[in-house]
Design a protein around this ligand. Structure first.
Ligand code: SF4
Ligand code: SF4
Length: 364
């Protein structure tokens, strides 16, 4: 006998985010049959539909399969009852960012549009405070030189501190997720270290090969690869830029190889994000319900890329509004970094941990 305690609050939230009915499922199993990613044993998403109907939050949140889904939408298309398992999976992922958020309030403000102004205000206040402490909270005279506005020592130290703080807080959330995965699957014992299992799934991460098994549009895989590698390249170029400021080789000329790499990264991000945005607008049937988290991720990443390119042009062309644009770009950068584990960006990390767990317990 199993004692089930439905979490009504969770169920209401799941219904609101997924915009799908939770109690219409008749357990026919069509969704699991059409899903090309579902394993033979305990396939998804049929079993999750019972848990969703019963509001079993712990079962759904501490479940690897929620993250093994690549949102192709086939299960929703073929469901004879009009239930949308793909949207329900997407909603559980979104709720997970809040559930594992440390501190909790960051998860809340990043997943509720009414808190958006407050979420935006946090990086604005932090950056203004740093500029005030550095004594540069005014527009400098003469040719555009961003280091006169935000001195490199202040920029590098605050950026690095923030980055490590985000990673630290993100790791706490991921550790709790890992504990839940173990707790919800007591009969499965992970084998091998985390690193060993991560190495074993390297091909899937590097090539995003599950996208090819899934009936997702080819353009979705290309877009994900472009955004994934564009962002990694951008991080690499940023790390070099920090080094260049320390050895006094900054700013970089337009023909500097690292400047060129930075612009290549921007082009990759523009194309990848552009495809994702177009697919979200014109392919709702397959991609399902567009949520606040989807748009927040796409628009903030797009603005980050666009403002980076414009700020670069403003320096070379000595525009009068260069420092205002630079301030806006810094807000975009800090917005992405501070909130990385609490937005859709976090799916990179949660999916990776779920895949490592699945590999460690032999779930293929
Ligand atoms: S196809 Fe629809 S009705 Fe059938 S098990 Fe899946 S969600 Fe339920
Ligand atoms: S959206 Fe696609 S990958 Fe995800 S459960 Fe449905 S059929 Fe499977």
């Amino acid at each position: 006998m199993i004692n089930i305690q439905p979490d009504i609050k969770f169920k209401k939230q799941l219904k609101e985010v997924s915009k799908s009915s939770l109690n219409e499922c008749m357990q026919c199993g069509t969704c699991s049959v059409v899903c090309t990613l579902a394993p033979e044993e305990k396939p998804f998403p049929r079993k999750e539909m019972i848990w969703a109907g019963w509001g079993m939050k712990d079962k759904l949140i501490g479940n690897t399969d929620i993250w093994l889904c690549h949102q192709c939408g086939d299960c929703s298309t073929y469901c004879p009852r009009g239930v949308k398992p793909a949207d329900i999976f997407s909603a559980v992922r979104e709720i997970s960012y809040q559930h594992y958020a440390k501190p909790k309030f960051l998860g809340k403000i990043m997943n509720d549009p009414k808190w958006f102004p407050f979420a935006l205000l946090i990086p604005v206040v932090i950056i203004s405070l740093i500029l005030y402490l550095a004594g540069t909270l005014q527009i400098p005279e003469g040719p555009v030189n961003y280091s006169k506005f935000f001195p490199h020592a202040w920029l590098n130290s605050s950026f690095t501190f923030l980055w490590f703080l985000t990673i630290g807080l993100g790791i706490i959330g991921l550790r709790n997720f890992w504990k839940d995965l173990k707790m919800q699957n007591p009969d499965l014992k992970p084998k091998g270290s985390f690193i060993k299992n991560l190495f074993a799934i390297r091909k899937e991460i590097i090539l995003h090969s599950n996208f090819s098994k899934c009936s997702n549009k080819k353009s979705q895989k290309i877009a994900h690869l472009l955004v994934f590698y564009g962002f990694i390249l951008l991080l690499f170029v940023t790390a070099f830029a920090i080094y260049a400021t320390i050895v006094h080789k900054y700013p970089l000329g337009i023909t500097n190889p690292f400047k060129i790499l930075g612009n290549v990264a921007a082009i990759m991000l523009f194309i990848g994000l552009g495809i994702m945005i177009l697919n979200r607008i014109f392919d709702k049937e397959n991609l399902g319900n567009n949520t606040y988290a989807d748009w927040l991720f796409l628009i903030s990443m797009f603005l980050l890329t666009l403002s980076g390119v414009v700020v670069q042009a403003a320096r070379f062309l000595d525009w009068g509004i260069a420092y205002h644009l630079y301030f806006f770009h810094l807000i975009c950068v800090w917005f992405i970094i501070i909130y990385l584990p609490y937005t859709k960006f976090g799916h990179l990390l949660y999916r990776m941990v779920a895949m490592v767990f699945a590999n460690s317990v032999g779930r293929k």
